[in-house]
Design a protein. Structure first.
Length: 160
C-alpha cells in the first residue's frame, strides 16, 4: 500500500522536503517568489511526488530550483503538522553553479550560517534549522542496509 495518494504522479502538499546544502562553507538559500514565504529567504525544497522517495524528491527539487546536483546524506530533522510533514536533509554537494530558476525563486544566495542568521528576511523555520545545524551537525545517518526484496529506488532507512 502506497503512502501517497494516486494523482497522476503530481506533487502533494502533504509531503514536503528541504535540504541544507553547504558549498565552500556557505549555505545554499533561495529567495521565494510566492505564498507565505514570498520575498523571504529559505532552504531550498518542495513537495514529494507520488511514489517518489523523499531522498529523491529533495535531490530533484534542489536541482530544479538551483541547478545544483547534490545527494541526500542524512535526515537532519522532521517537522510534523496535522496536515503535512516535512523531512529536512543534510545534502552532499556534487556539482553545479547555483542559479535561480526564475520561477519559484528570484535569487540564489550563498551565505555563511552566521550571515544567514543575521538576515531579517530568513524564514523562521530556516532560522531554527540553521541554528540547530550550527550547534549540532548530527542527524540520523543514512544506512547502507537494504531490506530484502527491495532496491535503493524504493527503500531507504536512517538511524540504524
Amino acid at each position: 500500500m502506497s503512502l501517497f495518494k494516486k494523482k497522476e504522479n503530481k506533487s502533494t502538499p502533504h509531503f514536503a522536503v528541504c535540504g541544507i546544502v553547504e558549498i565552500d562553507n556557505k549555505i545554499l538559500l533561495v529567495k521565494h517568489t510566492y505564498g507565505v514565504a514570498k520575498d523571504r529567504i529559505l532552504l531550498p525544497g518542495g513537495y514529494v511526488k507520488e511514489d517518489e522517495l523523499p531522498t529523491f524528491a529533495i535531490e530533484r527539487e534542489i536541482f530544479e530550483e538551483t541547478s545544483v546536483n547534490c545527494q541526500a546524506k542524512d535526515l537532519f530533522s522532521m517537522q510534523f503538522k496535522s496536515e503535512q510533514w516535512c523531512a529536512v536533509f543534510t545534502m552532499e554537494y556534487k556539482s553545479g553553479t547555483p542559479e535561480s530558476d526564475g520561477y519559484e525563486n528570484s535569487e540564489i544566495l550563498l551565505l555563511t550560517i552566521d550571515e544567514s542568521l543575521e538576515r531579517d528576511d530568513l524564514t523562521n523555520m530556516s532560522r531554527e534549522l540553521l541554528n540547530a545545524y550550527k550547534n549540532n551537525k548530527n542527524g540520523l545517518v543514512k544506512s547502507d542496509y537494504l531490506a530484502k526484496a527491495r532496491t535503493k529506488n524504493d527503500y531507504v532507512i536512517f538511524g540504524v
